[in-house]
Design a protein around this ligand. Structure first.
Ligand SMILES: Cc1cc2nc3c(=O)[nH]c(=O)nc-3n(C[C@H](O)[C@H](O)[C@H](O)COP(=O)(O)O)c2cc1C
Length: 167
């Protein structure tokens, strides 16, 4: 299987399922210095006449250092057989170990973004905007569940540059 670029308008998957149920890896950086982590929150949509993605990154994640420093990021999706990848990238930090080596990952550059050749689907994005959740506007139950550490997610908006599918 090899990743091949598809027309963005031919993308035809259930976003609620592939992000909210299957999860994905958010990757940023370059071939030499990059990091990736599992994400279960995110979105795809349309803004400022652009196809966009939204990803939500806590500043405590090592990946945050890379989303901050990079102009691009990629969202990488895997098959159910690869659930170990989702588990390792969501439970270990790149600060402490080499997650790529643990999972035999194949990092590649796609249109200027770090991505994974062993993904089944890759969405390549160029950062266009970000903002931080405003504590005053976050509902109390959400605060109790996700923000006892007082570290609120930064939301990145990225223009979708390209989409690749394994064929
Ligand atoms: C299913 C799942 C979904 C997750 N979704 C997110 C997310 O959307 N945003 C986020 O900041 N962290 C999320 N995390 C937590 C990070 O993946 C986790 O803290 C990871 O170890 C960070 O790795 P890093 O320090 O190498 O960046 C999720 C974890 C799991 C298991």
């Amino acid at each position: 299987m090899k990743l091949e670029k598809i027309d963005i308008l031919d993308f035809n998957e259930n976003v609620f399922k592939i992000i909210g149920k299957d999860y994905a890896l958010l990757a940023a950086g370059d071939l030499k210095h990059h990091n990736a982590m599992t994400i279960g929150w995110g979105g795809l949509g349309f803004l400022w006449r652009k196809n966009v993605s939204m990803v939500f990154v806590k500043p405590t994640r090592y990946t945050y250092d890379f989303t901050e420093a990079s102009d691009t990021y990629s969202i990488n999706f895997f098959t159910p057989e690869d659930k170990e990848i989702i588990s390792v990238f969501g439970s270990k930090s790149g600060r402490d170990c080499d997650k790529d080596a643990i999972c035999n990952m194949e990092p590649i550059m796609l249109d200027g973004a770090i991505a994974y050749a062993n993904a089944r689907l890759v969405i390549v994005c160029k950062k266009i905007y970000h903002h931080d959740f405003d504590e005053a506007l976050v509902p109390e139950d959400v605060k109790n569940m996700y923000y006892k550490d007082q570290k609120f997610h930064r939301v990145y908006y990225g223009e979708v540059i390209s989409i690749y599918q394994a064929k």
